[in-house]
Design a protein. Structure first.
Length: 559
């Protein structure tokens, strides 16, 4: 039992580590891409990925999780023949869905471009937006096929291959988009928009590279799985139609959850710029704030703590599936506590680091530039991209923290079988977001969307926590106590930041090279303060089941 407890945490950490490295690569490439493509063109990149992400998540939603659930279910009882049938069915289904998603984007690229930019946009802007939508559409064919392979090995608890595949995909993408973009702009002297075109198309190239790798891995591992299938003595399910129905039955709730769960992004996409423009902000500045700063810059930074959500969501499915099948409710509750407590312990300091160091982080990654936009009487006004980015990142730390916790609770409800209730909770959360989006932007300006997100996600978390308690007797009092202790660690971080400000130890204004050094020192000392305070309060020892004193003695002996 102890090993299983450690496995779910280790599996979550391995998955999160792979996603973290890929997200870090994704964060860093924006700096040179911004220089190659030009800041004005990055909004087209942001628009393409907003549309792509939503359609991808909806079109394949739940199927990788359904694959992992069924593979975990049948491999747990030694039925490897059925797992191989599931693999073949899933791959065929993903090819079909990928083709449908790709065709949809290509056919509706022009009307989607008009919706994104609005009717008053120039023909050139509409054409560019249409082009990036068509280019991103090809990824909708390859990525679903890749996710079928990943879901299969996720169900077999092969988290290392899952993590490595994520890193390889992102590394291939970064190398292609920067290399092709730089060659197009600097060698062949093409317009800078070509860097955006290659950046968008790089998603397909990266998926193909990851597919080749996982296909090679699959070829090496299939003989062993086939041997186990040939030698198994348990009864196998050979009815393809029955397995397909079971796969769809598990996937449909995930599909519905994805449609509603990603509605916050779509609500922002549909209403943010219009609501902000209604407050008196120029249309060009609204598009720049949402398309470039939020969609490309801020979301890249806030995605760092959010990697814990898919990492642990991937890890918990096979373990909780087995606990539910075996009706081991005490074990299930332990898995829930391990997952939530681990994510909280890691996500809280990461999110508060973004809050405390928002301005220097934006300065380091994106520098500072002047943004001109028309004001009253056609007078051109000027603002700083750093000031806009610093304020927006500070407020979007709400999304960083709660955008990490909400998917964890959603995945837990799905894994334990509370799918209908999960869907209802997400609808309520989406309704809260829809109702408060425009009023929050009206009263709070460009940061209003984060406030509406907070209200929406907090509603979902509280409802999910209630139903886990009601149906599976999950008691949250110990988790709440741990959260209080974690906030004491955050208090130490805040105190240290006040000292930095008092002595003038500021990372902004000294050049980006020195900014790296200063921000690195500040970040390490702040996280160190959090770790020291929480270790004194026995938090990491309790959550991760580690003995720090024993570890220190081993280090001393080795030294």
């Amino acid at each position: 039992m102890k090993n299983k407890k450690q496995s779910i945490i280790i599996g979550g950490l391995i998955s999160s580590a792979g996603i973290f490295i890929s997200k870090l690569l994704g964060l860093l490439y924006v700096i040179p891409l911004n220089a190659i493509a030009g800041a004005d063109n990055m909004q087209y990149y942001g628009f393409a990925y907003e549309i792509y992400s939503y359609i991808l998540n909806v079109s394949i939603a739940g199927i990788p999780y359904a694959i992992a659930t069924l593979v975990a279910k049948y491999s747990n009882i030694g039925d490897y023949r059925t797992t191989l049938v599931i693999k073949r069915i899933a791959q065929g289904l993903m090819v079909a869905l990928g083709f449908i998603g790709m065709s949809f984007l290509i056919l509706f690229a022009t009307p989607l471009a008009s919706i994104v930019l609005g009717v008053n946009s120039s023909p050139e802007s509409l054409q560019i937006t249409r082009n990036v939508i068509v280019l991103i559409s090809f990824a909708l064919f390859f990525v679903p096929v890749l996710s079928a392979f990943r879901g299969f090995y996720q169900g077999l608890k092969e988290m290392e291959i899952y993590a490595f595949s994520q890193v390889l995909e992102q590394l291939s993408r970064v190398m292609f988009l920067l290399g092709a973009g730089a060659i197009a702009v600097y060698v062949f002297k093409q317009d800078r928009i070509w860097a955006v075109y290659f950046a968008v198309f790089s998603t397909s190239v990266a998926a193909i590279c990851a597919l080749v790798h996982i296909f090679i891995f699959d070829k090496k591992n299939m003989p062993e799985i086939k041997r186990l299938a040939n030698e198994q003595e348990v009864y196998s399910v050979d009815d393809h139609k029955l397995l397909f129905k079971e796969l769809v039955r598990i996937a449909i709730p995930y599909l519905l959850v994805a449609i509603v769960g990603f509605s916050n992004n779509m609500i922002d996409w549909l209403f943010y710029t219009k609501a902000l423009e209604a407050t008196g902000v120029a249309a060009d500045l609204c598009n720049y704030i949402f398309g470039s700063i939020i969609s490309v810059q801020v979301n890249k930074v806030t995605s760092i703590p959010q990697i814990l959500a898919p990492g642990f969501s991937i890890s918990i499915i096979p373990y909780i599936t087995v606990s539910v099948i075996d009706r081991k409710w005490k074990e299930l509750r332990r898995h829930v506590y391990d997952c939530v407590d681990s994510v909280l312990y890691l996500a809280i300091p990461l999110s508060f680091c973004l809050l405390f160091f928002s301005r220097p982080i934006m300065y380091l990654l994106y520098g500072e530039s002047l943004v001109t936009y028309p004001g009253a009487g056609n007078v051109m006004l000027i603002t700083s991209s750093l000031e806009l980015g610093g304020v927006l990142l500070k407020w979007h730390t709400i999304d960083a923290l709660f955008g990490t916790l909400t998917p964890i609770f959603t995945s837990l409800l799905m894994a334990v079988g509370l799918r209908k209730q999960n869907f209802i909770n997400l609808i309520i959360g989406a309704a809260v977001k829809l109702v408060f989006e425009i009023p929050c932007i009206h009263f709070f300006g460009m940061q209003g969307a984060s406030i509406s997100n907070l209200l929406s996600m907090l509603t979902i978390i509280l409802l999910d926590a209630y139903f886990l308690k009601r149906n599976y007797k999950v008691q949250w009092k110990y988790t709440i106590r741990k959260m209080v202790l974690m906030m004491l660690g955050v208090g130490g971080m805040a105190l240290l930041c006040l000292v930095f400000n008092f002595i003038g130890f500021n990372a902004v204004g000294h050049g980006r090279l020195l900014c790296v050094l200063i921000l690195g020192i500040q970040g390490l000392l702040s996280v160190g303060a959090y770790l020291a305070i929480t270790a004194f309060l026995q938090l990491p020892q309790t959550i991760f089941k580690i003995d720090i004193n024993k570890m220190m003695k081993r280090l001393v002996r080795r030294g």
